[in-house]
Ligand binder design. Structure first.
Ligand code: NAD
Ligand code: DAU
Length: 340
């Protein structure tokens, strides 16, 4: 298979490319990435320079660029596309929604259109549980749950999901949508809860917990999500959306305390700060459809997953420093000023 992965220099894309190259020695992977603040080409340097270099190709560019995307699909005889490229951070979308609409909606539509024009045989569009909005104390999101996004980020992802559906219904685009819960693992940008808390705790800086810390997320180790995307690519039904989750619902405060305990740091580092506007209370995924149709189930439990994750960040503190550009620092300083 000749696969175009978009956003492959980000957190999940990087892990996905490593896994697919290992699991499918006959695949060639083309990675189209704009290299925003969240994309790091160096993540995959060992592949670019290693024994797999002939079947991995980095392409610098924007998913919104119609001519370039069409050229890639034609010139490299691409069989299938997996779209990870996105603006992914909810807090940033609250500060400025517009790049979220540009990349997450217009960029996705551009990819669907280019895939339609070139007759791509398979398209996996990677979406999120956040398109469903928020849950009360009971129940789980199903694929039939109405979309009710609450942040500019999740609204932009929901927009792309609806466009994917329209491309399937109208033009027969062979698209499969995946919706996953919160990922954690290596290479996650330290604006997201787990690497941010790791980094602050290591530096004995305060750990900003939004609101009362009782918002619940369903955590999944990134490799399990990547396996879900792989299964959707290989076996998913065209036009169908599939939920993936980790069966690991945790209030944020419990995750933060787990990290502090693992690093042997005091809970006095925790600071409760102003809540995120529109903060979704609880996410939980019913992934029985993915289980029955794709044989998906998460393989790593949270205790083991968080141990592996913290071990990776301990061993890669220079990666954390490397990815934090001046632009990132400025953003965080502004953000914290508003929160206090
Ligand atoms: P990330 O922010 O770590 O990476 C995004 C990548 O996309 C970066 O490499 C960035 O450079 C690239 N990119 C951004 N705009 C682009 C553009 N216009 N053209 C080309 N490349 C562009 O994100 P992530 O956490 O790896 O998430 C990947 C995908 O998975 C996203 O679509 C996100 O919505 C979805 N998702 C994430 C999670 C999670 O917990 N992180 C859970 C469910 C779904
Ligand atoms: O659910 C899937 C989604 O998970 C993905 O679609 C998004 O791309 C991804 O960013 C993630 O969104 P969240 O908003 O859930 O992740 P984040 O790591 O930003 O926050 C997790 C929880 O922790 C959330 O309830 C907010 C809280 N939080 C976060 C940060 C950064 C804090 O309490 N303090 C913080 O400093």
């Amino acid at each position: 298979m000749r696969l175009l992965v978009t956003g492959g220099c980000g957190f999940i894309g990087t892990n996905f490319i490593y896994l697919m190259l290992e699991r499918h020695p006959d695949w060639a992977i083309y990675n189209l990435d704009k290299l925003t603040y969240a994309g790091n080409r160096k993540n995959l340097l060992p592949v670019e320079q290693g024994p797999d270099k002939d079947r991995y190709h980095f392409l610098h560019g924007d998913i919104c660029d119609r001519d370039y995307v069409e050229q890639i699909l034609r010139d490299h005889h691409i069989d299938a596309v997996v779209n990870f490229a996105a603006e992914s951070h909810v807090d940033r979308s609250i500060n400025d929604p517009s790049p979220f609409v540009t990349t997450n909606v217009q960029g996705a539509q551009n990819l669907f259109e280019c895939a339609r024009q070139t007759g791509i045989g398979r398209f996996v569009h990677v979406s999120t549980d956040e398109v469903y909005g928020t849950l009360g104390p009971e129940g789980k999101f199903m694929e039939s749950t109405p979309l009710a996004p609450n942040s500019p980020y999740s609204a932009s992802k929901a927009g792309a999901d609806l466009m994917a559906r329209a491309y399937f219904e109208t033009y027969g685009l062979p698209v499969v949508i995946t919706r996953c819960s919160n990922n954690y693992g290596p290479y996650q940008f330290p604006e997201k809860l787990i690497p941010l808390m790791f980094q602050n705790a290591k530096a004995n800086k305060s750990l900003p917990v939004y609101g009362d810390g009782m918002n619940i997320r369903d955590w999944i180790y990134v490799d399990d999500h990547c396996t879900g995307v792989e299964l959707a690519l290989l076996k998913g039904r065209e036009g169908q959306a599939y939920n993936f989750g980790g069966n690991a619902e945790k209030p944020n405060i419990e995750v933060v305390k787990t990290i502090l305990a693992a690093l042997d740091k005091p809970e006095s580092l925790i600071t409760y700060v102003k809540d995120r506007p529109g903060h979704d209370k609880r996410y939980a995924m019913d992934f029985s459809l993915a289980h029955s149709e794709l044989s998906f189930s998460p393989s790593l439990d949270f205790t083991e997953g968080i141990r592996k994750t913290l071990e990776w960040y301990e061993a890669n503190t220079e990666w954390l420093e490397d990815v934090q550009s001046g632009a990132y620092r400025e953003f965080m300083q502004e953000w914290y000023k508003e929160r206090k």
